[in-house]
Design a protein around this ligand. Structure first.
Ligand code: MN
Length: 276
């Protein structure tokens, strides 16, 4: 399977800093979005440390292992997130201005015809397939727990004053529980990774509609999603990363070594518009 990907991050309309970070690394088949939290720009430090630690971990684990089985890939991503948790935790201990910082993380790692997904916190992974959209990640949040217990409806959760309280994050404890899953990919599937600056502003059906309308150009789709989140108020930083499974390749287990099928211009990667 070959994969194409694009990303866009934006500060939004209300915040002064962008504390989201991302990694788009088709050479190692890795895609990550992280949403940092903590005062005085510490959130940006946390999300950046997390993303860079995972990237380094996967790069080292995958060097020369083009034939790695999927179970190894799953462990690699989970271990990379544990390493990121330790790195953020240690930085928070070592630097007074970073005390209490933390970050969410959502990640996808290519594993031949399958993908490994792992996450902590309330950033999300959706899958768009055959005209439908499904949320594959389960929020680690207070309102999700209340929904699970039947104490809150989805509609009530959307407006709850507690909806931003998360129950897990990287960097707060020496170790963290990571949710990991594997999914088979079909050609045409699109995985969408996002921070809550997107999912708070747009319903899943609206996300689906915008991606389907622009599915022939993932960069345009990312831009349209960010633009719509800003049109709704842009109350938080917005990051959206799209990964599309394109076709069945001849040597799927080595797909992460192949060049990306979609070139991302340097000018677009990480682009954000202060204040907009
Ligand atoms: Mn956020």
């Amino acid at each position: 399977m070959k994969y194409a990907a694009a990303v866009r991050t934006d500060v939004g309309r209300r915040r002064l800093e962008n504390e989201d970070s991302f990694c788009l690394a088709p050479d190692i088949g890795l895609y990550v979005v992280a949403d940092g939290m903590g005062g005085h720009a510490a959130g940006e430090v946390a999300s950046r440390i997390a993303v860079e630690t995972i990237r380094e971990w996967v790069t080292r684990s995958r060097s020369g292992d083009g034939e790695a089985p999927e179970s190894v890939t799953a462990a690699c991503l989970a271990d990379g997130i544990q390493a990121a948790n330790r790195a953020v935790f240690e930085a928070a201990q070592a630097r007074p201005e970073c005390s209490g910082m933390g970050t969410t993380v959502v990640s996808v790692l290519e594993a031949g015809p399958r993908v490994v997904l792992a996450h902590v916190g309330d950033s999300r992974i959706y899958r768009i397939r055959a005209g439908g959209i499904a949320q594959l990640s389960r929020d680690h949040s207070v309102v999700q727990e209340q929904i699970d217990r039947g104490l809150l409806s989805q509609e009530e959760a959307a407006t709850s004053r507690y909806r931003h309280l998360i129950t897990r994050a990287l960097g707060l404890q020496p170790s963290v529980e990571v949710d990991v899953q594997e999914q088979a990919c079909q050609a045409g599937d699109i995985l969408l990774l996002c921070s809550d600056g997107l999912s708070d502003m747009l319903e899943a059906d609206e996300i689906l509609d915008l991606v389907r309308r622009h599915r022939d150009d993932l960069r345009v789709a990312c831009a349209a999603l960010v633009e719509q989140a800003n049109a709704r108020g842009g109350v938080d930083n917005i990051t959206v990363l799209l990964v599309q499974a394109c076709e069945h390749g001849g040597a799927p287990s080595r797909s992460h070594l192949e060049a990306p099928t979609l070139e991302i211009p340097e000018s677009l990667v990480g682009e954000w518009i202060p204040g907009a």
